[in-house]
Design a protein around this ligand. Sequence first.
Ligand SMILES: Cc1ncc(COP(=O)(O)O)c(C=O)c1O
Length: 441
Amino acid sequence: MSVSQQYRLSGRRASEIVASVEAAIRAGRLPPGATLPPVRALAEDLGVSPNTVAAAYRSLRERGLVSGARRRGTTVTEAPALPARTAPPLPAGVRNLADGAPDPRLLPPLGQALRRVPARPRLYDEPPVLESLAALAGAELRADGVPTDELTVIGGAMDGVERLLGAYLRPGDRVAVEDPGYPNLLDLVAAAGLRAEPVPLDAAGMRPDGLERAIGRGAAAVVLTPRAQNPTGAAVTRARAAELRRVLTAAPEVLGIEDDHAGAIAGQPHHPCVVGQPRWAVVRSTSKVFGPDLRLATLTGDGQTVARVAGRHRLGAGWVSHLLQELVAGLIEQDAAHEWRAVAARAYAERRAEMAAALRDIGITTHSTSGLNLWVPVADEAGTVARLLESGWAVAAGQRHRLESAPGIRVTIATLEPGEAQRFTADLARCLATGRPHYTG
Ligand SMILES: Cc1ncc(COP(=O)(O)O)c(C=O)c1O
């Protein structure tokens, strides 16, 4: 069978070949990691010039659907920007410590805030940002040392990051990212045709020497999480923020982006790192504090950066629904009396501490001080995940989080019940003892 028949690839023009590869990816004939036919072989098969196939592969690469140089082979990326297949449900009885999501029981009740949302119709001519939301969210940002002279509202932390990268970077540009980091960010960077420059981190967040190296390799932007780092639970300390600011001051051309996706439930203060950079932005999301379905984010930054994002937003989606903005403003207002966010932050801190202590008891040190996840270094990620699953626990394999960093597993503590950490670590100890290469941390 010819290579084109094998995957049902066809086309005489580059755009047609792109469409057929895309269809093969969507249909699962070319799954993540699959190698595409070599350029010359496919060209011969389709009766077109190798340049045509090379142009098709380049276009697929720029959209993050495939990666790799021609010599080493072109492969389908782990998470191409196409509709995701829903993950198969966990086997019955398996405890889910894998999803990274907040505990629904720690989200505020919506009833009262929903009843207070004004029911009047709104048309196209409303100001895109609700004044009361800007005032409430702005005051909280200023209390953390983030200026809010320029502020807009977008659809969430990742929406903000995507808009910011799109406002300045072009395919081929490099972005410094935490390693290990958030898989969706790595996928987004690939989908935009950008290249990720990994920066190692420790308990205090991104390492300044690593950021300096990434900038030295040409990073035009940096995306960092000030707290609740995913997957390690690191939080940037005051001292580390000052060090990172020093590195950035020496590179004024670099766009600095802070992804404060967990906000007030992170359990650590927000020490801003990018403020003062000529081009900077802080994005603070409601996803973890009020729930992912109430996702929006305030985006602050320098005048040019916020204007670019707000201006482009206006042309497409236009604005974030005023109903949602009203609801979020109402919840922030009510939080002054109910302290839902502080209660949730304390609960998550207790669950983190319980898991960290149980891990210490089996000889594993973790560095999580913030957020919903802990990172456990293990030599054999896939084996450990599989053995844990057999023991009734789902955790996330580190592979999707990593670029150059060492293997590990991510354990979400968001919904941890009292006593559960001990049961989990007893099983983990057994899995590590029966596994192949041993725990490395
Ligand atoms: C580091 C990081 N950024 C962003 C997000 C998602 O934020 P949003 O829902 O506001 O896009 C997450 C979600 O887990 C995350 O871990």
